[in-house]
Design a protein. Sequence first.
Length: 348
Amino acid sequence: MKKFVFSLLTAILVVCNTHAQTSLVATLNHEGNITAYYGIDALSQAHSAAVNGDIITLSSGTFNACDITKAVTIRGAGMEYNYGMMPTVLVNNFKINVPTDSVNVLSIEGILHNNVISVNKASNPIFFKCRFGALNSYYNVNNKNTMQNASFIHCKVRSYIFLSEGCTASFDNCFVHSPLKNGDTNSMYYFKNCVLQFTDGKIRYGNLYGEETYSTISNIGTQSILYNCVIHSPGNTAKAYSTCYYNVANVDCFSTNSNTTNKVESDFTKLFKTWTGGDYTDVEKYDLTETAAITYLGDDGKQVGLYGGSLPYDPAPSHPKVTKFDVASKTTADGKLSVDIEVKAADY
């Protein structure tokens, strides 16, 4: 960790001394050697120069997205405003098409994206502390199983996520709006300590044929598993055919399950401090009331939803992030230059 922090600070010093007029910076760490790229296309430039296993670190600010074709680690400054820092925002649609690597996997952390990500190929990718607009795992007759064993941790999905045939994804302590899958296929979701919002309106999920489907709890299929989640569904017609335990919902969507661990609470004001089941907003925390937090418990005896389980939701990036960098305007009488640096990360 000390070596990484030192490398991070060294890169920032280089940026400040050689390119102070540019606020958008991407650094590429290849085997300890750091190269800096500047401007709105810095991510694309760093990705072009990278090889599998490299680390790309992005500053706060807005970057043009680029197609990801390498098993690299991409680290942003965060998906929301915290510690006095602005988030790292990627704009425009982009694709993920990463060939399987026996050693390295794609990892993306701490970014905010409002558009559509199309996953054409990715094995064991990790998405950590990101806020996405929408994600498609495309299906066609020659390209099944496009996203295998994807892990989403402390993420938020604003619009929808679609799994095509043979895809698998797990979500831990996430907010997910409109999870969808390609009919009753062998695709599988695993949700634990999540807040899930379904809709009875049609959603265009942008698959190969541009079809539309309804987002309902029964849509995610019999292969999916839900534990310790809070579920909002606008109607009582969609049943939970998935394996469901220790969840709470605003409607009785568990009538097809024989277990009695699932609960119904139709009044969301008794569940959440501020959320009433309305549209997604970035400012909403989705935290339970004090009463609900001790009333609706998961299989581990802790509260259901985002802030339960062994790793409660926290949007702060896990990697060290510079939150303060002050350099004196001039040196002291004995030739010393005062530099004040503050680095923070999530407290785990």
